[in-house]
Design a protein around this ligand. Structure first.
Ligand code: KG4
Ligand code: ZN
Length: 336
């Protein structure tokens, strides 16, 4: 079964064809980064306009790359939430039109569940349950996954998302955009001991698996002098911030692993590309840690087509009046 995936939730305009839920035939990702870079962040109106301009060409390229035509596609999957509303609506409307014109099944899927599914596009079969680490620009979720669509949220951020903290620090210091990637690169030549930023005091009771980034972000932006150990460079700021940001994630994750007894961690989302996170999880823990390849950590339509296949093969599909949702509500304990 060949599923066309469409992803337009934020600033990547992507279309992919995935066969039987795990074989990527094509995965075209057109990034809007240069259009948002002057503002050091995603401008929603620019994002939705660019998706409208590009979605047809991106889909056409995805089909051409695997030498298929629209008639060869068996079903369409699309991100319907969470994300920028105007951007989601572009992909959603396009996918509905494609499905209706071809008279094929249509399925609307959740972007965060798709991020967690991304590893299954390249790794051999992963057994449930496992501990999920979802880290993107808008979400930070530590969860137990019992199936591709059955996750229980154990912990989340109580303020900023992990990627958001990288982006805000980078924006403040004009390091570049997107912040996570830039800080990751700068940190390679910085001294992570130049500053000793404080960890949030969230390691007990109800907050044992939660994380917080606003304190760290404020310390890095406003209180450098308080934590400075010696003369420093921008690379030192990047390295010291990144070290603390990753330790915050690791502490919550290790608490969750200890309490649940789960020994496999599956990561997903843009921040899962972070080199220190990947290295630290491998070096500092005895857990089996599975990361998507770098090109499947960020937003892409292959993960949408892949998880779409799982619903479709269970006989599920969405009605053509399904709408977009900017946020997923009520996911403190149960998601979606
Ligand atoms: O999953 P994603 O592509 O989009 C959302 O769904 O939000 O994640 C984007 C986030 C941004 O905040 C970006 O700065 C961050 O992922 N990011 C990284 C790295 N690459 C991207 N954060 C840390 N290290 C990286 N290497
Ligand atoms: Zn994402």
């Amino acid at each position: 079964m060949k599923v066309l995936g469409i992803e337009t939730s934020c600033d990547e305009c992507s279309a992919a064809v995935v066969q039987d839920g795990n074989k990527i035939l094509s995965n075209v990702i057109a990034t809007q980064v240069p259009f948002h870079a002057p503002w050091s962040g995603v401008v929603p109106e620019i994002a939705s306009r660019k998706h409208t301009e590009w979605i047809y060409a991106v889909t056409k390229e995805a089909l051409e790359k695997c030498a298929l035509s629209a008639a060869d596609i068996d079903a369409v999957a699309v991100t319907s939430r969470p994300g920028l509303l105007g951007s989601l609506l572009v992909g959603l409307s396009f996918a509905k039109a494609f499905a209706w014109a071809r008279n094929i099944p249509f399925i609307a899927v959740d972007h965060m569940l798709a991020h967690l599914y991304a590893v299954q596009l390249t790794s051999s079969k992963i057994e449930y349950p496992f501990l999920g680490l979802l880290v993107s620009g808008g979400h930070t979720i530590i969860c137990r996954a019992d199936d591709f669509d059955n996750i229980t949220v154990l912990g989340t951020t109580i303020d900023d998302a992990a990627g958001e903290a990288f982006d805000k620090v980078a924006k403040h210091y004009n390091f570049g955009y997107p912040g996570g990637l830039v800080i990751d690169k700068m940190a390679q030549s910085g001294d992570s001991e130049a500053f000793r930023f404080p960890m949030p005091s969230l390691h007990k009771g109800d907050h044992r698996y939660d994380v917080s980034y606003s304190g760290l972000k404020n310390a890095v932006i406003n209180q450098l002098d308080t934590f400075k150990k010696k003369p420093f460079s921008n690379e030192d700021i990047a390295a010291s911030f990144q070290k603390t940001a990753i330790q915050i994630l690791l502490r919550a994750l290790l608490n969750a692993a200890e309490d649940t007894g789960l020994t496999t961690i599956v990561a997903g989302g843009g921040v899962a590309a972070n080199s220190l996170l990947r290295a630290s999880l491998a070096e500092q823990t005895h857990l089996r840690c599975i990361f998507p390849p770098l090109d499947l950590c960020g937003d892409n339509a292959a993960m949408i087509a892949g998880i779409g296949y799982q619903y479709l093969s269970r006989g599920e599909q969405s009605a053509l009046n399904v709408t977009a949702q900017a946020r997923v509500t009520g996911f403190k304990k149960k998601y979606p």
